[in-house]
Design a protein around this ligand. Structure first.
Ligand code: SF4
Length: 341
C-alpha cells in the first residue's frame, strides 16, 4: 500500500493525521517543526516523538520527498530542473540566481488547460494538478534550497486553476509553524481567472502578477483563449477592489511580439485600462522557438516600448531573459521528455 506523504500538509491537516492515529494533539506542531524547520528526511529523525509514536506514524505515512531527475545549466547561472510527478509526468522548476537574490520558479500543474498560443506548456495540454507536496517538493529538493530568497509561481500551469493546493503551499511557506517567509517574497502569476483571483487576494498577502499581453479584447483572446470567459476588464475591476499601495504589489506581464502588440495604439490603450491601479508593467521580449509563428522584437523596440509606457506614467521595466541557452520557454524540457515516450 502506498503511504501518504507528510511533507506538504498544513498544520490543520497534520492535526487530522495525529487524530487518525491517536497521537497527542501537540504532536502535529512537532511534526510541522520537523518537516519545515528542521528539514528531516525520515520519520525516524523526529526524536521528540516516542519510538511508539514514530512507529504508528510510519505505518501509514512517509515524509515524501523526491529529487529532480535531471538539470540543465545555463552560462548565466540559471538552472532548470526536471521533476517527475503524478507517477509518469514531468514538470520544470527554474533556479535563477541574481546578485544577492536567488529566485525559484515553481510549477503548479503538469501541462496546462489555458492554451496560450505563445506557450509550449499550453501545447502539451493538461495532465494534472500538482499536490502541495509536489509544489513544495520543487523548493525543498532543489540542491540550492538554502540559498533561495524568493519564490514565483510562473512555471508550468495556471496556479489559480489549482487554487486549493496552491493556497496550501502559500500557507506552509508563510505561516509561523511553516517556513515563516514574508508573503512579500512570493509572487503568484495568473492569466486572470475571475472565480479564483478574489479568493487568492482575500486569503493571502502574496504579490500578484497578471499576464496581460494585449489591452485589446479580440487580440488578447487570440493570444490567450481564457479572455473569452475571463475578460481582462472584469479581472481589473476585481483588482481595483484591493489595496496595492502598501506592502503588496500587483504587476502586469507583457510579452512583446514583433508586429503584433507593439504599437503606439497598444501603449495608449494600456495606459487607459491600467489607469488608477498602482502597478508595474514588466515587458518580456518574446523568444522565438521552432514551430511558433510569433516573432521576437529587436531589443531597441523593447526599450522604446518601455520608455513610451513610462512616459505615460506607468512604471515599466524590462524583464531580462534568463537561461536562453538552455531553452528559456517554459515547457521545452518537459515536452522533450514527453516526446521520448
Ligand atoms: S502561459 Fe501559463 S497559463 Fe498560458 S498556457 Fe502557458 S502555462 Fe498555461
Amino acid at each position: 500500500m502506498q503511504k501518504e506523504k507528510l511533507y506538504g500538509k498544513t498544520l490543520n491537516e497534520l492535526i487530522v493525521v495525529t487524530r487518525r492515529i491517536r497521537l497527542p494533539g501537540f504532536a502535529a506542531k512537532q511534526i510541522a517543526d520537523w518537516l519545515y524547520k528542521k528539514e528531516i528526511i525520515s520519520i525516524d529523525e523526529m526524536t521528540n516523538l516516542s519510538k511508539k509514536m514514530r512507529e504508528l506514524l510510519s505505518n501509514d505515512y512517509e515524509i515524501g520527498l523526491s529529487s529532480p531527475v535531471s538539470v540543465a545549466e545555463s552560462l548565466d547561472g540559471t538552472k532548470k530542473y526536471l521533476f517527475k510527478v503524478l507517477n509518469d509526468k514531468y514538470i520544470e522548476t527554474a533556479y535563477i540566481p541574481d546578485k544577492e537574490r536567488a529566485t525559484i520558479c515553481v510549477s503548479s500543474q503538469a501541462g496546462c488547460k489555458m492554451g496560450c498560443v505563445f506557450c509550449l506548456t499550453g501545447k502539451q495540454g493538461f495532465q494534472g494538478n500538482l499536490s502541495s507536496n509536489e509544489i513544495l517538493n520543487q523548493f525543498r529538493c532543489l540542491p540550492e534550497f538554502r540559498k533561495i530568497t524568493n519564490m514565483v509561481f510562473m512555471g508550468m500551469g495556471e496556479p489559480l486553476d489549482n487554487i486549493t493546493e496552491v493556497m496550501k503551499s502559500l500557507d506552509i511557506m508563510t505561516s509561523e509553524w511553516g517556513y515563516g517567509w514574508s508573503p512579500a517574497r512570493i509572487t503568484v502569476s495568473t492569466v486572470g481567472l475571475k472565480n479564483t483571483i478574489k479568493e487568492f487576494l482575500e486569503k493571502s498577502r502574496c504579490h500578484l502578477a497578471v499576464s496581460l499581453h494585449s489591452p485589446f479584447d479580440e487580440e488578447r483572446r487570440k493570444l490567450m483563449p481564457v479572455q473569452g470567459t475571463n475578460s481582462i476588464r472584469e479581472v481589473l475591476d476585481i483588482i481595483r477592489g484591493f489595496d496595492f499601495t502598501k506592502q503588496r504589489r500587483v504587476s502586469f506581464e507583457y510579452i512583446l511580439f514583433q508586429g503584433m502588440n507593439d504599437t503606439s495604439r497598444h501603449i495608449k490603450e494600456l495606459a487607459r485600462i491600467l489607469n488608477g491601479i498602482k502597478c508595474r508593467v514588466n515587458i518580456i521580449r518574446f523568444h522565438h522557438y521552432t514551430g511558433s509563428d510569433l516573432r521576437s522584437p529587436d531589443i531597441g523596440a523593447v526599450i522604446d516600448f518601455k520608455e513610451a509606457l513610462n512616459a505615460k506614467g506607468i512604471l515599466t521595466t524590462i524583464r531580462t531573459s534568463r537561461g536562453v541557452d538552455i531553452g528559456a520557454p517554459c515547457g521545452l524540457l518537459s515536452t522533450a521528455e514527453l516526446n521520448k515516450k
